[in-house]
Design a protein around this ligand. Sequence first.
Ligand SMILES: O=C(O)CCC(=O)C(=O)O
Length: 205
Amino acid sequence: MCNKTRLFFIHGELMNTLFPIEPMLPAGFYYISEFLSESEEVYLVNTISSIGLHTFHFQGYEAKRKVASFGYDWSFDKRTLSKGQNIPPVLNPLIDKVAKYLTVTPDDFKEVLLTEYPVGSVINWHRDAPPFDIIAGISLLTDCVFKLRPHDKKKQARSSVISLPVSRRSLYIMRGESRTEWQHSIAPVKNIRYSITLRTLKDAF
Ligand SMILES: O=C(O)CCC(=O)C(=O)O
C-alpha cells in the first residue's frame, strides 16, 4: 500500500532509491520541497491577497478557512460539478510550471482553488472530490503538517496516520491510491498559510 522506497525528482525525473525512509508515503503521493523560488512565492502571495476570498461553508458549517475557486467547482453540499469563474491569467506562470513538471498541458488543470488558513485553522479528514484526478498542492507563507490515513475505517489506527512536514514553497502531488484509498487533513497551522490547489478532471467528467 505504501511506497517503501524513497521518491525524489532529478531534473523532473522520478527516481527510486533502495533505501527506505520515514515517513513512507502512500502510492501516488509525491512531495517536492523548494518547488518555488522565494520571488515566485512573493508573487503568488501578492496575487492571492489581491483576490477576494470568502469563508468556506460545508453542510451549514462555517469553516475558519477562506477560499476562492476558479474553473470547475465541486459542491460538496450538492455533489455537483459546475463551471465557475475563469482561471485568472495571473496564475498562468504557476500553472505552466506545475504542468511542465508533471508533463501535462496547462489546460489539463480544470480547477484552481486558493485557500487561506488563518492561525489555528485546519482542514479535516477527507478524500478529494470525486470528479478530479491529479491534485497538485502548493504551500505558501508557512509550513504545515499534512496528515494521511487509510480511508477504510478498519485500517484506521493511530499507527496508520502518516504525518508529513510540508514546507512553504513546496509542491505535493496526489494521484492514484493516495487519492482513492487514503484521506488527508492538515493540522492547525501555526501561522497564516496560503495554498493553491490545481486539479485535473477525470475523463468521465
Ligand atoms: O491546503 C491544502 O494543501 C489542502 C487542500 C485540500 O485538501 C482541499 O482543498 O481539499
